[in-house]
Ligand binder design. Structure first.
Ligand code: AP5
Ligand code: MG
Length: 213
């Protein structure tokens, strides 16, 4: 399956993408994680991207599009988390898939009320391996240590209330129009994200099983 997870910051895209990857064996591609990797390595692309990420703004389309194309070029199945985030990115993705005689199977929209987003993101603990935890809602077994790889958990620089407000505003301005775009294509599936992690996954799994059959 070729899937997109579409949701505001802190809604649970990364969390659900990891669960889908585990259950269905589909590769999870997070543009946020790829950009943070480039920032940490200090590459020219990373340095450019950091300026936008620190302000809660979107990194320019051309940078992100290249990263995604290189990642999905040889993949039959993927879960895109955090891409596309603008209409332009969505159209470029459609063209790219069309050129390869491929198409998206579903866009999973996860709906979460604004007030929960800040709470989820400010309590988040991240690991380099892609796992995400929450201090209250999904704590690791050992404090500060990743259950999966034993790595040291850290707080993301953009997980502070001020940057979160800016990220939510950016989402509403630039990314929300994609919901209509994919609804009109008939591939939008909306999930209630205001439930615990297992319940959200249960609902996503039901949708994915329908697509597969
Ligand atoms: P990115 O890393 O994609 O950040 P984001 O979209 O803001 O989303 P988050 O990663 O913050 O949240 P999430 O939905 O993955 O939630 P998670 O599962 O971690 O992007 C960062 C930046 O990179 C952007 O601001 C932009 O600058 C740039 N960028 C990235 N892609 C781009 C693009 N395509 N174009 C341009 N720029 C781009 O969960 C959050 C927390 O909640 C965790 O602690 C988790 O444990 C907890 N949680 C999850 N689900 C539940 C639940 N159901 N109940 C309770 N807690 C839960
Ligand atoms: Mg994420």
């Amino acid at each position: 399956m070729r899937l997109i997870l579409l949701a505001p910051p802190g809604a649970g895209k990364g969390t659900q993408a990891e669960l889908i990857e585990e259950k269905f064996g589909i590769e999870h591609i997070s543009t946020g994680d790829l950009l943070r990797e480039a920032v940490e390595k200090g590459t020219p692309l990373g340095l450019k991207a950091k300026r936008f990420m620190d302000k809660g703004e979107l990194v320019p389309d051309d940078i992100v599009v290249e990263i995604v194309k290189n990642k999905i070029r040889d993949l039959k199945e993927f879960i895109l988390d955090g891409f596309p985030r603008t209409l332009e990115q969505a159209k470029i993705l459609d063209r790219f898939l069309e050129e390869n005689n491929e198409k998206l199977d579903a866009v999973i929209e996860i709906q979460v009320p604004d007030e929960k987003l800040v709470e989820r993101s400010t309590g988040r603990l991240s690991c380099k391996c892609g796992e995400v935890y929450h201090e209250i809602y999904n704590p690791p077994r050992l404090e500060g240590i990743c259950d999966r790889c034993g790595g040291k958990l850290y707080k993301r620089e953009d997980d502070n209330p001020e940057t979160m407000y800016s990220r939510i505003k950016t989402y509403k301005m630039k990314t929300l129009p994609l919901i209509k775009y994919y609804f009109q294509k008939g591939i939008l599936r909306t999930i209630n994200g205001d439930q615990d992690i297992e319940r959200v996954f249960w609902d996503i799994e039901k949708e994915l099983n329908k697509i597969k059959s």
